[in-house]
Ligand binder design. Structure first.
Ligand code: GDP
Ligand code: IMO
Ligand code: MG
Length: 428
C-alpha cells in the first residue's frame, strides 16, 4: 500500500492530525500538499500536546521524512519557529524537505489578507489572516515568489519588484496603508537562505523515486473537502485543493500512483469562519457539543460552529475524493445524549434533495431532514475493539457507514494516541 491520501471530509478540524499520527510509525514519508499555516492540528502523545500548523503531523513520528510539497504556501518565519519549538521539545526535525516550487507567503500577503477581509464587511469569509488567499492568488496570477527564487537574488528582486508595483497601488490607493519597500521584502527573504538551503529539494522526484523503491508515502491534506476552492462552499472556502486530487497536483506524484484515500470525518460537524452549514445548531445542543468536543480553533482560538452529522456531505466527500475508508472521530463526545439526530437528506424549498446541491443559493436554503438514532451513556473512551462499544454506539457507527458511502475503518474514542477502535487496517 505505497501511496495513501488522508483528507478531511467536512469543514476541517476532523482530527486529521491524530489520524496521521496513528499511521506515522508505519510510513516513510508524510507529505503536506496544500494550504499553509492556516491549518491547526492538535496531536496528543502521552502527556504531551502538540499544535502543528505548517508542518505535517507526521513530523512527530521518529524516522518519517516530512515533506512540504509544491502545493503548499510557506511562511518561512513560521516554519522556522515551528521547527525550533519542536526541536526544543526533543522532536527530530532534521529530515524535513521543502519543495523548490512551493510558494512563499510574504508580509504583503498577510497585510492584504487582513485588510481585504476588513473591506468585505458583512461579506467576510473569516479567513485565518495568514496570507493564504493572496499568496495563492499571486501563484495563479503568475506573480508569486517561489522557494527557489530566494536562491537567485537577481530573479528574487525582479519578482518582488513586479509584485509590489501592483500591490503598493492597491495598498496605498484602495486600502489606505503604507507602501512596502522592495528591499524590506528581499532582505527578509534572503536572510532565510542559509538555514533553508539544505531543506530545499525536488520533492516530486524524491517522492516518486521513494514510491518506486517500495516506500510508503502518506499525503496529509490540510483543511477539508467543503473548504476546497473547487468543490467546497465557494466563496466560503480556502484557496487550495484540499481534496484527494490536490495530493497529485500538489506533490507532483502522478494520480495513478495513489492506492488509498482515507477521509477523516467527525461524528458531528463543525465549521470555523463564515458560510453555509445546514445542520448548524444555534441552541444549547450546539453549546453542549462545543463544550464537550472542546471546539475552539487550534490556529485562531475562535469558537467553532457546531451541528449534527450531515450524511449528504459525507457521501459528497466519498464521491469527490474516491474515499476508500473513513476514520470516524470524536464518537466519545456524543456520549450522554438520549437521541442523536443525523441529517440524511435536505429539504430545499419544499423538495427533498439527497445530494449536496450544486447551486450556492439552494445549499444556503437547505434544511436538514433528520433521523434520530438512540444514544448511549457509558464512557466509551476505553474501547479498543468494536465489540467494546455499547450496542447503540455500534448501531450509530453502522448507520453512518450505511449513509456515508464508504466503510468506517477506524473510530476515535478520545484525544489520546491510542484512543481508537480499528475495524479494518488502514494501510493493508
Ligand atoms: P485537524 O485540523 O483535522 O487535525 O483537527 P484538530 O486538531 O484541529 O481538531 C481535532 C481535535 O480533536 C484535536 O484537539 C484532537 O486532539 C481531538 N481529537 C481527535 N480525535 C479525537 C477523538 O476521537 N475524541 C476526542 N474527544 N478528541 C479527539
Ligand atoms: P485544518 O487543517 C478549519 C477556514 C477559515 C475560513 C476559510 C478561509 O485545521 O482542518 P484561509 O485563511 O484558509 O483563507 O480561510 O477556511 N479554514 C479552516 N477551518 N480548519 C482549517 O484547517 C482551516 N483552514 C482554513 O476559517 O473560513
Ligand atoms: Mg484543525
Amino acid at each position: 500500500m505505497p501511496a495513501v491520501v488522508l483528507i478531511g471530509a467536512q469543514w476541517g478540524d476532523e482530527g486529521k492530525g491524530k489520524a496521521t499520527d496513528l499511521l506515522g510509525s508505519r510510513v516513510d514519508y508524510v507529505v503536506k500538499f496544500n494550504g499553509g499555516n492556516n491549518a491547526g492540528h492538535t496531536v496528543v502523545v502521552g502527556d504531551e500536546k502538540y499544535a502543528l500548523h505548517l508542518l505535517p503531523s507526521g513530523i512527530l513520528s521518529p524516522g518519517v521524512v516530512p515533506v512540504i510539497a509544491n502545493g503548499v504556501v510557506v511562511d518561512i518565519e513560521v516554519l522556522f519557529n515551528e521547527l525550533d519549538a519542536l526541536s526544543a521539545r526533543g522532536v527530530d526535525v532534521s529530515r524535513l524537505l521543502v519543495s523548490a516550487n512551493a510558494h512563499v507567503i510574504t508580509a504583503y500577503h498577510r497585510t492584504i489578507d487582513r485588510v481585504a477581509e476588513r473591506f468585505l464587511g458583512k461579506r467576510q469569509i473569516g479567513t485565518t489572516g495568514r496570507g493564504i488567499g493572496p499568496t495563492y492568488a499571486d501563484k495563479i496570477n503568475r506573480v508569486g515568489i517561489r522557494i527557489q527564487d530566494i536562491f537567485d537574488e537577481g530573479i528574487l528582486r525582479q519578482k518582488v519588484e513586479g509584485a509590489l508595483e501592483q500591490k503598493n497601488h492597491l495598498l496605498v490607493k484602495v486600502y489606505n496603508r503604507r507602501a512596502i519597500a522592495v528591499e524590506e521584502i528581499v532582505d527578509d527573504l534572503l536572510s532565510y537562505r542559509e538555514r533553508l538551503g539544505p531543506m530545499v529539494a525536488d520533492t516530486a522526484l524524491e517522492l516518486t523515486r521513494a514510491l518506486d523503491s517500495g516506500s510508503t508515502v502518506l499525503f496529509e491534506g490540510g483543511q477539508a473537502t467543503m473548504l476546497d476552492v473547487d468543490h467546497g462552499t465557494y466563496p466560503f472556502v480556502t484557496s487550495s485543493n484540499a481534496t484527494s486530487g490536490g495530493a497529485a497536483t500538489g506533490s507532483g506524484v502522478a494520480p495513478n500512483r495513489i492506492d488509498r484515500v482515507i477521509a477523516v470525518v467527525k461524528a458531528y460537524t463543525t465549521r470555523v469562519g463564515a458560510g453555509p452549514f445546514p445542520t448548524e445548531l444555534h441552541d444549547e445542543s450546539g453549546e453542549w457539543l462545543r463544550g464537550r468536543g472542546f471546539e475552539f480553533g487550534t490556529t485562531t482560538g475562535r469558537p467553532r460552529r457546531t451541528g449534527w452529522y450531515d450524511a449528504p456531505i459525507a457521501r459528497y466527500s466519498a464521491r469527490i475524493n474516491g474515499v476508500t475508508d473513513f476514520v470516524l472521530t470524536k464518537l466519545d463526545v456524543l456520549t450522554g445524549l438520549d437521541r442523536i439526530p443525523v441529517a440524511v437528506a435536505y429539504d430545499v424549498d419544499g423538495t427533498r434533495v439527497d445530494e449536496v446541491p450544486v447551486s450556492q443559493s439552494d445549499f444556503h436554503h437547505a434544511k436538514p431532514i433528520y433521523e434520530e438514532l438512540p444514544g448511549w451513556s457509558e464512557d466509551i473512551s476505553g474501547a479498543r475493539e468494536f465489540s467494546d462499544l455499547p450496542k447503540t454506539a455500534q448501531d450509530y457507527v453502522l448507520a453512518l457507514e450505511e449513509l456515508s458511502g464508504s466503510r468506517i475503518s477506524a473510530i476515535g474514542v478520545g484525544p489520546d494516541r491510542d484512543a481508537i477502535v480499528v475495524r479494518h487496517d488502514l494501510l493493508d
